[in-house]
Design a protein around this ligand. Sequence first.
Ligand SMILES: [Zn+2]
Ligand SMILES: [Zn+2]
Length: 342
Amino acid sequence: MRAGVGPREHWEVDRSGATKIFSMAVHKIVLFYVFTPLADPEAVRLWQHALAESCGLKGRVIVSPDGINATVGGEIDDVKKYVRVTKSYAPFKKADIKWSTGTGDDFPRLSVKVRPELVTFKAPDTITVTEDGVQGGGTHLKPGALHKLVEERGDDVVFFDGRNAMEAEIGRFRGAIVPETDTTRDFIEEIDSGKYDHLKDKPIVTYCTGGIRCEVLSVLMKNRGFEEVYQVDGGIVRYAETFGTSGLWDGSLYVFDKRMHVEYGENVKSLGSCAECGEPTPIYVNCANEECRKQFLRCETCTDKGAHPFCGDCVPTGAPAESSPEPTAGFTPEPSAEALAP
Ligand SMILES: [Zn+2]
Ligand SMILES: [Zn+2]
């Protein structure tokens, strides 16, 4: 029997000589951002929308006067075409594209929008963006350079999570500081609270999913007197592609699409634990209270048993168990580029 793989199918020739073709669509998701001045964001939006649509992609693209931030997915050849054409536009030529494997049903739709900011810190600071990217941010560290810094400076190095606290619950850099943030807008208040002032002369390494939030966060921290600020180049995604969990990263990576979490390597244990049984789990579910919908961690086994429908804030008092609403089987996050991290 001969067999082969074409761009979109897998074929086999059996003994009778008949060729059987099996569909073998491979789905990919790409994540990238470019900080660069765009004179006409609306024109870029129209072009990106037409391009992504013609490639049959879904996901989210944000365009602003400061650049682009995108998370889109589709069949591998279509995604490749989208990336090739996107990079043919000179301002996006240097886009650092992060690829990951999708399921084919990772986003409900395609959304391409113009926003005033690529990431919403609601900071009064003016961020200066040139063709070379954000000016005055933390020094970018590739995975190897990050390890070198830690080797040289040891425990002095402070990892500072640039994501929302919920994301860090299932995975983070070892020993990282996780600010108390529900949304990216909470960072300024956290930093201004003074609780991190003792770290102002330490080497600080900020990190987030794909790196975009740290481009801005590292500027905000430097503006507020943190003297030595670094950022993980390409974010956790790039780091974990290189070192998995054999380096300084532990647990699962929270992602803003239907996958909800990604593991780098076999037998990775999430750092989070089920609200019911305490077993490690990376799975967030929605509180069954329609008015709450807060997300909390619950393992598959407990979800299957219908256990723990409510979040810690909504435990019903004295309600008979059978009158409890059905627990939600899983949560469907809003499609979101990292820029829209709540
Ligand atoms: Zn459980
Ligand atoms: Zn609740």
